[in-house]
Design a binder for this molecule. Sequence first.
Ligand SMILES: Nc1nc2c(ncn2[C@@H]2O[C@H](COP(=O)(O)OP(=O)(O)OP(=O)(O)O)[C@@H](O)[C@H]2O)c(=O)[nH]1
Ligand SMILES: [Zn+2]
Length: 203
Amino acid sequence: MTEIDQETTDMPPAAGQVDLPRIERAVREILEAIGEDPDREGLADTPKRVAKAYAEFFSGLHQDPADLLSTTFDIGHDELVLVKDIAFYSTCEHHLVPFHGSAHIGYIPGAAGKVTGLSKLARLVELYARRPQVQERLTTQIVDALMKYLEPRGAIVVVECEHMCMSMRGVRKPGAKTVTSAVRGQLREPATRAEAMSLILGK
Ligand SMILES: Nc1nc2c(ncn2[C@@H]2O[C@H](COP(=O)(O)OP(=O)(O)OP(=O)(O)O)[C@@H](O)[C@H]2O)c(=O)[nH]1
Ligand SMILES: [Zn+2]
């Protein structure tokens, strides 16, 4: 059980703990409900494994973007910074199955000149991906965190994903890609936005 300080974070409410034994009990219950024998050899350790996996899949609930983005530096760069093709896995909050793809993140540093380490942008994607999610919220949470902590002139986030809930079940359309974008500040201006989009989409 991991406790966190909710006061100082902008994490969702009730995100304070992962109760591994409770997940184990629930997984055992699901195995029985689908007509399996949770005590057969191959499944004996499965509830434990799933509990550990879930703690990992949802670890972003217990992380605060402030911890990632509060260390910034000024390197006198006031043009677009773009990191593209940040691969990630997330979990669809409707079906609890994966969706996965790439995020592309760009921002134009603001008057304060705040620039963050490039890896922090990838960590920011992980932080929001490792929660029960929908792609639209993931996209806006990333861009809003950039705006809040880096105070840039503008920011853009484009996310492209395949959703397993559309591939392996339901409508069963493997390969269908969902693209979402969120754009803030100066990057909303047509010329700047077009430049960023052409850099993102020019593979
Ligand atoms: N907008 C959005 N929809 C999503 C996302 N992930 C899954 N969905 C959709 O959420 C919807 C849930 O629809 P429901 O009708 O409540 O659930 P369902 O009966 O399982 O739907 P089907 O997938 O059509 O079988 C589905 O259309 C999913 O494709 C996402 O990230 N964003
Ligand atoms: Zn889904």
